[in-house]
Design a protein around this ligand. Structure first.
Ligand code: NAD
Length: 486
């Protein structure tokens, strides 16, 4: 019996509606990044567990789950949403301990997961096909059908939000899911499986197999019984997943990283912009795919913006997740090393630190803390302006005019999100059209938020769209029926 809130057990896989020992009988330690302690042991799921999970999902499609009407599926998802809302505090505690994020962020994530199931529950019976004018004596109609068994490979940074958006939409369309959470943080995925069973989702509709990426994750991507793979994570692994799925021609949605800009023109309302500029860099300790890790500022207001952002950085409070301050630890010692490597590079290359939080001496010694750091000025093309750092580090880049802002904004391999701050409506629209990415926010910046808003990238940020109604199309396939009659 586990002492963690909510969870009956942590060291099992959840397959066919039951907790089961993983085939390897081995476990992996789950580390609390706030202090380095071991939180729990999780199952080291492997290819045999993935086989069992895919078989259970297929059996659900052929049985109780597949027989439900769209409205019945929707009602179950709404029930799950209510159960998640009731359990939000416990889920937030689990996520905070597991990921290291401040409690208020973890609670927001729990409520976002509830909202995904509510949104997709409500949408389940509202996805419709068409009739198409065609030849005389022929009636043509289209049906939206589930893919079948869908695979979901989820990273550690926003486990609840990411599984909510992908599993929620997949279930709404009638797919049965096999979920492989990240080995660094998977407690809320296990809790979700338990809650789904509690509210009566038929066995096998949701299966959760924790384990290592190269074992359970690779087996899921390559499994011939999986008809669609949704992957969120790094570019390198995304390419492996796409190649593995290509072997059995399964479609893939890739949500990869970013180096997203917020572009601040001289006429911007700086008071309104400032909280968004900084928060979009330090939220979740910068480990957000849509983090605004580049702030582009028109030269005439560059010094003012840098100085005002620097003040905010110096005021940031860093501490353990359960202390619920502004910034928690990074997910792992490895991630801390990566981010510190970039800060070392910045030092060696003579970049100026324009603002930095102070790490209190009282921080637990085993925790993975990095001081949030603002670097300015950083020129377009610099490594720190080009590469995704995935930590609480922002660079501020000067630009001369609109054309320069577009060139710099589009000048990385990524294209996920962008923000534009200006009072000139025509310019805002020109920028929104010119920026190559999946979402543009004008005079606001919703780092990752917005259940209803289609989300995803172009270029190295990936392809396919999750969130919003659009995701329902991705998690279904279209069948055309042509009926010849007199
Ligand atoms: P990662 O790619 O290492 O891992 C993501 C998931 O893939 C994990 O569940 C992992 O176990 C699994 N995995 C690892 N190797 C695998 C393999 N060979 N086959 C199949 N699955 C495998 O990424 P990460 O370090 O967990 O997350 C950080 C990265 O994810 C960042 O680059 C970030 O930008 C990106 N990310 C993107 C989004 C988005 O929506 N665009 C959201 C969150 C994170």
């Amino acid at each position: 019996m586990s002492t963690l809130p909510l969870l009956e057990t942590t060291d099992r896989v959840f397959v066919a509606g039951r907790w089961q020992a993983g085939a390897s009988r081995e476990t992996l330690p789950l580390i609390n990044p706030s202090d380095g302690s071991t939180l729990a042991a999780i199952a080291r799921g492997n290819a045999a567990d993935i086989d069992a999970a895919v078989a259970a999902a297929q059996a659900a499609l052929d049985g109780d789950w597949g027989r439900l009407t769209a409205a019945e599926r929707g009602r179950l998802l709404m029930r799950l949403s209510s159960r998640i809302t009731e359990a939000a505090d416990a889920l937030a505690r689990l996520e905070a301990m597991d990921v290291g994020k401040p409690l208020k962020q973890a609670r927001a994530d729990a409520l976002a997961m509830a909202r995904y199931f509510e949104f997709y529950g409500g949408a389940a019976d509202k996805v419709m096909g068409q009739t198409i004018p065609y030849a005389r004596g022929t009636t043509v109609l289209t049906l939206r059908e589930p893919h079948g068994v869908t695979g979901h490979i989820v990273p550690w940074n926003y486990p609840m939000q990411i599984l909510g958006r992908s599993v929620g939409a997949a279930l709404a369309m009638g797919n049965a899911c096999v979920l492989k959470p990240a080995e660094e943080a998977c407690l809320t995925a296990l809790a979700l499986a338990q809650l789904a069973a509690e509210v009566g989702l038929p066995a096998g509709a949701v299966n959760v197999v924790p384990g290592l990426g190269e074992e359970a994750g690779a087996a899921l991507a390559a499994h011939p019984g999986v008809a669609h793979v949704s992957f969120t994570g790094s570019v390198a692994v995304g390419k492996l997943v796409q190649a593995a799925a290509a072997r059995h021609t399964a479609p893939v949605t890739l949500e990869l990283g970013g180096k997203s800009p917020q572009v601040v023109f001289a006429d911007a309302d700086l008071e309104a912009a400032l909280p968004f500029l900084v928060n979009a860099g330090i939220q979740n300790a910068g480990q957000t795919c849509s983090a605004a890790s580049r702030i582009l500022v028109e030269r005439s207001r560059f010094d003012e913006v840098v100085s005002r952002m620097g003040e905010r950085y110096r005021a940031l409070r860093v501490g353990p997740a359960l202390d619920d301050l502004d910034v928690g630890p990074l997910i792992s010692a490895r991630q801390k090393e990566i981010v510190e490597g970039y800060l070392g590079l910045a030092r060696d290359m003579g970049l100026r630190v324009a603002g930095q939080a102070v790490l209190p001496a009282s921080l637990p010694r085993g925790g993975c803390y990095v001081a949030p750091t603002l670097l300015a000025p950083v020129d377009a093309g610099h490594r720190l302006e080009q590469e995704e750092i995935f930590g609480p580090v922002q660079v501020v880049v000067p630009f001369d005019d609109e054309a320069d802002a577009i060139r710099i904004g589009n000048g990385t391999p990524y294209g996920l999100v962008a923000g534009v701050w200006t009072k000139d409506g025509s310019r805002a629209l020109r920028m929104a059209h010119a920026l190559k990415c999946g979402q543009v926010f004008v005079n606001n910046y919703g780092a990752g938020g917005g259940i209803e808003l289609p989300f995803g990238g172009v270029k190295a940020s990936g392809h396919g769209r999750e969130k919003g109604f659009e995701a329902l199309y991705g998690f279904s396939t279209l069948k055309t029926i042509a009926i010849k009659h007199d």
